[in-house]
Design a binder for this molecule. Structure first.
Ligand SMILES: [Zn+2]
Length: 359
């Protein structure tokens, strides 16, 4: 393999490609990447290991951890109960880092996610191709400094850089607004320096690939879904549900309640149920992931949202919608022209694209 620089930018949307291409002129292809369903903890495995949730055994960060027969909930706090919010808030304030999952559901829904780009061990457990790469990553606030330093030091002949600053900016600023584009422009200016330094060190014919996992969609509507109002308290002989940012997953424990919940959710105009055929296609077939998986329309977000820690500002952008939404699409660019040009590709096929270009 020739010297290779891979730059991964979390949440760089295909919609923003002009800003990238204006600054970095070496790319000979820009391919639209169609994400899978779910969040980064699944997208990264699909891109860099070609594994979908059914194979990974987890879907989204929080997963139901046991069979219904083993669950004892007792009297627990309803998901939108103010006491729940206050107790979680106090726990965080006194330094006991606790998620926003309602107190009564914390034992049932556990964070099982593995972010493979966070550390070398997990990175090396992805596709074998990555074992020869040096991973450059740092906590988000220091990413720009890291890029500055990489320009000045000798990089590894096979370098893999991870940048999360744009994902954070996309949640906090309105995606594609001037403020947001300023952040992207600043990141790209730094990355241009790194690319130039790498090509200077290893020669103009080195491989450079830049890619992302998904895009970012502006948020304009908050959805408060309280199934208890219609179906009574959650319990293990009727139903359980979990609210992620854009997904509601429901587990049912009788055919009757399943039918009722299906019909109820099916009428909601702010989203739709993912069909069995789609669940097969996206590799989220396992019942463990929910009997009903409901995804919000682009721009909507659940509130409350169990994902995250502490009381946060309302987000301005989100990902995790249906992959058909254009603002959700990611981007793959390279200076390699080994393959016939194509317009778009699914995340699950990116690993074979990379192999075709590098090996
Ligand atoms: Zn994100």
């Amino acid at each position: 393999m020739k010297p290779t620089l891979v730059i991964f930018i979390d949440a760089l949307s295909y919609e923003s490609r002009k800003i990238v291409l204006d600054q970095i002129k070496i790319f000979k292809e820009d391919i639209r990447l169609i994400p899978e369903i779910g969040y980064s903890s699944n997208q990264h495995w699909s891109i860099f290991a070609a594994k979908l949730p059914d194979e990974l055994d987890y879907f989204t960060d929080y997963n139901l951890v046991c069979d219904a027969s083993e669950i004892t909930i007792g009297a627990y706090l309803k998901h939108n109960n103010i006491l729940n919010t206050v107790l979680n808030y106090i726990s965080n304030k006194i330094g006991k880092r606790t998620s926003n999952v309602p107190i009564g559901l914390k034992k049932i829904f556990v964070n099982k996610s593995i972010y493979p780009l966070l550390d070398k061990n997990n990175f090396f457990s992805l596709d074998s191709i990555w074992r020869s790469f040096e991973l450059y990553r740092i906590n988000r606030p220091e990413e720009m400094e890291m890029l500055g330093e990489l320009c000045r030091q000798k990089m590894s002949e096979k370098s893999f850089i991870v940048i999360n600053t744009l994902d954070h900016a996309g949640h906090m600023k309105i995606p594609f607004s001037n403020d947001y584009n300023d952040v992207l422009t600043r990141i790209m200016a730094k990355i241009k320096g790194v690319v130039d330094a790498f090509l200077l060190q290893y020669g103009e014919s080195s491989n450079v690939i830049m890619l992302s996992d998904h895009g970012m969609t502006p948020v304009n509507s908050y959805i408060d879904l309280v199934l208890e109002k219609e179906f009574g308290p959650q319990c293990t002989d009727s139903y359980l549900y979990f609210l992620d940012a854009t997904l509601c997953r429901i587990w049912t424990f009788s055919d009757q309640i399943k039918k009722q919940l299906y019909e109820y959710m099916n009428k909601k105009e702010y989203g739709r149920i993912i069909s069995d055929e789609e669940r097969r296609y996206y590799g989220i077939k396992k019942r463990l992931f929910g009997d009903i998986i409901f995804v919000l329309n682009p721009g909507c977000i659940f509130k409350p949202n169990y994902f995250g820690y502490g009381l946060k500002r309302e987000v301005k952008g989100m990902h995790g919608y249906m992959p058909t939404e254009k603002t959700q699409h990611g981007l793959f660019m390279s200076n390699v022209t080994k393959e016939k040009k194509h317009e778009s590709e699914r995340n699950i096929n990116v690993m074979s694209m990379i192999r075709n270009r590098l090996l």
